[in-house]
Design a protein around this ligand. Structure first.
Ligand code: M6R
Length: 610
């Protein structure tokens, strides 16, 4: 959720912090703020509700002098997004300042104690202010010691950073179940809630682990546990560079990321076959006997990743012949699922930092199941939690609306399905290889679909004043219908729903009125004729229908007002193609309505709270 930045070194810190916040703004954009320790050891705070641009407008023209500081972009949890609730927050004497991501669950209790014992007065509605007050109350000459003591008191999922005028070139950070990444520079130290904030300065990073404290000085970074014993985070090299964090000529990150999909899919397929033509997943080294003994798979994920998980159910069940249940990660651990050593849990998360998905993976492990993470971020919490990881190679995804994460997840999950089929001897190696060859042909076919962007945009613009849009499909078309609706609603704010087309007559068809837009997935496959019947039912009730169909299918035209064609592929691979027009429809409808496509209202890219 919120974006965190910190820098201490030889140079003025403000520019570095604000530039880093710009790269992190997709994590939250309700308000932004900075705290800089000035050369005369004063804390200067600037903060403002709204986007980072509002903060930039309030900063003094000549900048703020000081080589140690912290900055924040907020996604509000406690308290409305206004200037007062914006971070950083100060302790009562203005000696230290805090920025924070996540939730301190017992903040009300600590607040009451501080009120009773110290007469504390709180000026904001945030849980963050409690951190500032408690660290100040526990300070006995050492900021790291005070942060350690305070962290022991906190419950919840959080990451925070503190600066203090008594140690003017030091930043102290702590974390539990929320990301905090450290950047070791030649001439200074940095921290950020995401590698995107550090990438301009270094690719050598260290992820702070739960209940560790980092002490950043211009000379370097020290990590300890909560008792002060020396410790170490997880060090790794980031495999993308600053270019990935730029728009590179596109109007928005979302449009750039839509067009990056063929490359991302191709990258995700690299190196998945060994010299003998067998599928390999080098980060998944389970005993083959265990894979053969697997009798149940749970797929857990949220949002778009959940839809990719739904697609994978068809592939895993069809190819590997194992029963799959797909669950919202936020529900999974609250319903007592049956998990054994023979259960495989596949946890999907682009960011690898989604709190619910991590909690579901931890729960599954604790119950004895084996967990495979499918994630885009090397070194992420989910990757470290899981027993094995299959990486997507989408590169940095900045837009809040996931696009290339989705297609690369489908590819990684399809490779996983084939790997399971091979290891369980449900498919011959040649059959797996043949399917992989078909997947390798997808990037070129994706380009063909993306080349139709202008035609798709024109259709989208016509519907931009729609009150609602329905998406319908069957089999792998169902998760696509859900994903198409999610994309449209999250960036355009038009009410959109996805339905199994066979379910329409059991209720949702009542919503159809004259001219009401319905987008249907009717590509070739064993359920196509069923979808066509369902389309006729909605058209008979006045719906205007846009079909996504297979190239060469001229008959289907008779049942639609508009058709977008995608190339013919294996039935289970269609989602990688059919999602492209859906993404472009959502995108162009939102642009037509003047929406902020990359940073839609009320959302944040990485959801690190439950
Ligand atoms: O990082 P994750 O894949 O775990 O994120 C899960 C969802 O928050 C995410 O897929 C969200 O639904 C999309 N950004 C929506 O486009």
């Amino acid at each position: 959720m919120c974006g965190i930045m910190g820098y201490t070194g030889r140079d003025d810190c403000l520019g570095t912090i604000v530039n880093g916040l710009a790269r992190l703004e997709y994590r939250g954009y309700d308000s932004a703020g900075v705290a800089v320790i000035s050369p005369d050891a004063e804390i200067t705070i600037h903060k403002k509700a709204g986007k980072l641009a509002n903060l930039r407008d309030t900063l003094p023209e000549g900048g703020v002098a000081g080589t140690c500081g912290i900055g924040h972009t907020r996604w509000a949890t406690h308290g409305v997004p206004n200037d007062v609730n914006a971070h950083p927050h100060l302790d009562p004497t203005g000696t230290l300042a805090v920025i924070h991501n996540g939730i301190i669950e017992n903040y009300e209790q600590i607040k009451s104690e501080l009120r009773e014992r110290r007469g504390a007065v709180f000026t904001s509605d945030t849980d963050t202010e409690v951190i500032a007050h408690l660290v100040a109350a526990l300070y006995e000459g050492s900021l790291p010691a005070a942060v350690r003591a305070a962290t022991k008191r906190f419950e919840g999922q959080f990451a925070f950073a503190v600066v203090d005028i008594r140690q003017p070139d030091v930043i102290v950070a702590a974390k539990r179940s929320a990301p905090m990444i450290l950047g070791h520079l030649e001439d200074g130290s940095m921290l950020s809630s995401d590698v995107a904030g550090l990438i301009e300065h270094t690719r050598e990073v260290e992820a702070l682990l739960d209940d560790q404290i980092a002490i950043l000085t211009p000379e370097g970074i020290t990590v300890t546990d909560l008792d002060g014993a020396a410790s170490e985070g997880h060090r790794y090299t980031v495999d993308w560079d600053v270019e990935a964090a730029e728009k590179q000529g596109y109007d928005t990150f979302m449009l750039k990321e839509i067009h990056e999909q063929p490359q991302a899919v191709s990258d995700t397929l690299l190196g998945r076959v060994d010299a003998d033509g067998r599928i390999v997943l080098d980060q998944l080294d389970f005993d083959p006997a265990l894979l053969r003994a697997t009798d149940k798979i749970y797929v857990v994920a949220c949002g778009t990743s959940y839809h990719a998980g739904m697609v994978s159910k068809y592939a895993i069940e069809h190819w590997a012949r194992i029963g799959v249940e797909v669950e919202f990660a936020s529900e999974f651990r609250y319903r007592d699922p049956i998990l054994t050593r023979s259960t495989l849990v596949v946890a999907i998360s682009q960011s690898g930092e989604t709190a619910d998905t991590i909690a579901a993976a931890e729960y599954a492990k604790a119950q004895g199941a084996r967990v495979v993470a499918v994630t885009n971020i090397v070194g992420s919490t989910l990757a470290r939690t899981a027993d094995a990881t299959v990486y997507t190679r989408a590169g940095l995804e900045v837009a809040v609306a996931s696009t290339k994460a989705f297609t690369t997840q489908i590819i990684a999950l399809s490779v996983l399905a084939l790997f399971l089929a091979q290891e369980r001897r449900e498919m011959f190696a040649e059959e797996c290889r043949d399917m992989l060859d078909r997947m390798e042909a997808l990037p070129a076919l994706m380009h063909q679909v993306l080349e139709q962007e202008e035609h798709i945009a024109e259709l989208a613009r016509r519907w931009a004043d729609a009150q609602y849009v329905m998406f319908i499909g069957r089999q792998v078309g169902l998760p696509l219908a859900l994903e198409g609706a999610l994309k449209l609603k999250e960036i355009s704010y038009i009410h959109a729903e996805g339905f199994a087309s066979g379910e329409m007559k059991h209720g949702p068809i009542a919503l159809i009125d004259e001219g009401g837009p319905v987008i249907a997935l009717a590509t070739e496959g064993h359920v196509k004729s069923k979808v066509v019947s369902n389309i006729q039912e909605v058209r008979a009730r006045g719906a205007q229908v846009l079909l996504v169909a297979t190239e060469g299918d001229t008959e289907v035209k008779a049942h639609a007002d508009h058709v977008i064609y995608v190339p013919d592929v294996h039935e289970l691979l269609y989602p990688v193609l059919t999602v492209l027009p859906l993404q472009l429809i959502g995108y162009h409808m939102a642009v037509e309505l003047g929406r902020d496509v990359d940073q839609p209202r009320n959302l944040a890219k990485t959801v690190t709270v439950e």
